[in-house]
Design a protein around this ligand. Structure first.
Ligand code: NAI
Length: 695
């Protein structure tokens, strides 16, 4: 038999002949994920091709848009079905003639490991390769940590394995991962390439690891430990890559596989998988069928302050033309310098090239003339947080901007419906709530006003995805999803100040739990004045019998707004970004406790964490019951991508599902008792059920 496609079969893998080269084709739409059927199909094809003794080489490639773009992520949480991937890779290595992986689209995870099991790799331009396992709480389990460092220096392999970075074909070729990049006709080129190997096997397993200097390895290791927060799977991945230099390959492969099997079943991996699926669900809007989004090319950002600059950079990075407007000439010049500074830092860190910077800079134009935004498809307002000022701007925009454009507000707390009411087109008004720094933070809340059209909402969500953001839909409500939950959390932390803790105690406990920064360090970084203004705005509505902590107001009255005034919850020495505990703040806190007649007590780190997290969980229950968020997993995404909640815990709601129910209920009761009269309590049990269903 010459061609496996002659067979009547349903295998996603077929083979055919191209002269004296056999071509194995993987066809498992949509992304050729490496399922059991695919693995078995490759084995069967190799078996059949063993009989084809006249062949001088094989090519393995994917049908459709991609090579094997990865594994079926759900499989990692279940018993793996045989044949497992290492068996398939061993069969490729054992095939007596060279096997060439012809890559296009993406070769990620197991797909890339399979390609590394081949004798050579060629790729179509546009293809990306990478090992994302560490970002999913595991390590590569089919030789990635052993074969990659036999192609590229150990230090580079550490970087790729621990970051999960997707490397473009051209860069992979420069590094030596891919032998050649072709512009067109992948199959014909791969066949010619395979033929030119003259039957010579070139297995990576037979090569020694490519050395790096000890200092390069140390530097790569330190950088990796920093961005992975030294999680056990990242440490293991680093150790495995280093082992490639001294362990016999079969021993190292066995160790790698065993570690992979342990990590994939861990709680951390399950949490990261939960977030992966949460991300996918977040783009879905309940109750909306398919709606065609409007096309968006030109974008304007009004307000060239902290947020406006970051938002403009985000759009330029994603390829949009951006007009950045400010009423103040000086703000415009400052913005130009700051945009340049952002890019200079990226170039210094070798994240982008000078040429890329120039391309992005040409996409950003600055002006003081509002009229310049008339033809934009999306206009985002990021001016002062004041309803009157915002309404006035939206009135002007309504008169200037073409019809059909989306008018968005980056407001943190204000009522979007009131802003929309200032225009004649409330259907086109959305909230696009970015987080600071906007070009770095992944979270984007797409706020849906009562009159926002589904078309405008769908368009905004699509823009969010194009920006590479984790976009969740939020209803209108004080602080939407993220800031509202955060305010509740911060409030409990402030209660704990009165009860006995100092800012550094609480920050330390929460950072040890895994929060990127404690709430008081965050407050100082983002500025205490924003929340102060919000509290002043709400002060007339405040019920005097409800517990209220005055300490932050007192700090602000003293002009302590945080890092920008060199003093806030902490004091900042010149040139230092990390604050130092301040005896003056301690005194302020002790006085506040005394004024309320509270006897200060020592609060354990465990208590602080439980109390802070139950505040997040309780508020999440309220947010869900009011319909401000669509689903529990959206709230977890907000915490992880917007507020530095550790991804390996999956978010506060997933965390709660993993605690004994009795503990969660006791935490809520204690919080209620400490918080005093009028503290709103959510129905936590219902929420936990909903979060657990996403695992
Ligand atoms: P900012 O004070 O740094 O910048 C505001 C800029 O808007 C200033 O340059 C000002 O000259 C300009 N501006 C004011 N009125 C204008 C008008 N009518 N036309 C043109 N330009 C005008 O403020 P920031 O921090 O960037 O905040 C902007 C908005 O983003 C606010 O609504 C804020 O609540 C929101 N936000 C702020 C975050 C933060 O961490 N700073 C985070 C997320 C949202």
């Amino acid at each position: 038999m010459e061609d496996s496609t002659d067979q009547v079969q349903s295998s996603p893998v077929t083979w055919s002949r191209d002269g004296d080269v056999g071509v194995i084709l993987i066809n498992n739409p949509p992304v050729n994920a490496g399922s059991r059927e695919v693995r078995a199909g490759i084995l069967t094809a190799l078996d059949e091709l063993m009989q084809e003794t006249s062949l001088c080489a094989l090519v393995v490639m994917g049908a459709g848009n991609t090579f094997i773009a990865g594994s079926d992520i759900r499989e990692f949480g279940q018993p793996l079905e045989v044949p497992e991937l290492p068996t398939v890779i061993s069969a490729i290595e054992a095939y007596p003639k060279p096997v060439v992986a012809a890559l296009h689209g993406a070769a990620l995870g197991g797909g890339f490991e399979l390609a590394l099991g081949c004798d050579a790799r060629i790729a179509l331009t546009g293809c990306v390769v990478g090992l994302p396992e560490v970002t999913l709480g595991m390590i590569p389990g089919a030789g990635g940590t052993q074969r990659l460092p036999r192609l590229i220096p150990l230090a580079q392999a550490i970087e790729l394995v621990t970051s999960g970075r997707r490397v473009k074909a051209e860069e992979a070729c420069e590094m030596g991962i891919i032998a050649s990049v072709v512009e067109t006709d992948l199959r014909a080129n791969a066949v010619a390439f395979a033929r030119a190997l003259h039957g010579q096997k070139r297995r990576l397993r037979d090569l020694p690891a490519v050395a790096s200097s000890p200092s390069d390895i140390r530097a790569a290791e330190q950088a990796a430990l920093q961005w992975t927060k030294g999680r056990p799977y990242a440490v293991c991945a680093i150790d495995m890559v280093k082992a490639a230099a001294h362990l016999p390959i079969d021993e190292a492969l066995a160790k790698e596989r065993a570690a992979f099997q342990t990590f994939r079943m861990s709680d951390e991996a399950a949490a990261l998988r939960y977030l992966f699926f949460a991300e996918r669900d977040a783009g879905k809007i309940d109750g909306i069928g398919a709606v065609k989004p409007r096309s968006v090319h030109e974008v304007a950002v009004i307000g060239a302050g902290t947020m406006g600059i970051g938002i403009a950079v985000t759009f330029a990075d994603a390829g949009y033309a951006v007009t950045l407007v400010d009423q103040d000439e000086a703000a415009v010049s400052r913005a130009n310098a700051q945009v340049q500074a952002i890019y200079d830092r990226l170039v210094a860190k070798k994240r982008i090239t000078e040429a890329e910077v120039q391309a992005r800079l040409t996409r950003i134009s600055t002006t003081t003339q509002l009229a310049d935004v008339a033809s934009c498809d999306v206009v985002i307002e990021a001016i002062f947080e004041d309803m009157n000022i915002k309404q006035e701007l939206f009135r002007k925009l309504d008169a200037i901007v073409k019809s059909g454009a989306i008018l968005a507000s980056n407001t943190s707390y204000l009522d979007l419906n009131e802003i929309a009411a200032a225009t004649s087109r409330p259907q086109d008004i959305v909230g696009l709530h970015f987080f600071n720094p906007a070009h770095v933070m992944k979270l984007l809340e797409v706020v849906r006003g009562v009159r926002t059209s589904t078309e405008a909402l769908t368009t905004a969500l699509r823009v969010g995805r194009k920006l590479g953001k984790s976009a969740i839909v939020a209803g209108v409500g004080e602080g939407f999803i993220g800031n509202r939950g955060y305010a509740a959390y911060r409030r409990q932390c402030e209660f704990m100040l009165e009860e006995g803790a100092y800012p550094e105690d609480i920050d330390r406990a929460l950072e040890a739990f895994g929060m990127a920064m404690g709430p008081f360090a965050v407050g100082d970084m983002s500025g205490l004045d924003i929340a102060w203004r919000m509290r002043q705005r709400l002060s007339t509505h405040r019920d005097p019998s409800v517990r209220y902590v005055e300490i932050p107001d007192r700090l602000c009255e003293m002009g302590r707004f945080g890092q920008k005034t060199k003093a806030g919850w902490y004091r900042y020495e010149p040139g230092e970004r990390k604050g130092r505990p301040d005896p003056l703040v301690h005194k302020l806190i002790e006085t506040a406790s005394a004024e309320k007649g509270i006897t200060r007590a020592l609060l354990s780190a465990d208590y602080v964490v439980g109390r802070a997290l139950i505040a997040m969980i309780n508020e999440a229950a309220l947010i869900l019951s009011e319909g401000v968020a669509q689903r529990a997993s959206d709230i977890d995404l907000a915490w992880v991508h917007g507020y530095g909640f550790p991804g390996y815990e999956g978010g506060p709601l997933l965390w709660a599902t993993r605690q004994p129910k009795s503990r969660i209920m006791a935490l809520q009761q204690d919080m209620a008792a400490q918080s005093g009269r009028g503290y709103p309590l959510g129905h936590i049990e219902a929420v936990l059920k909903s979060a657990a269903s996403g695992v």
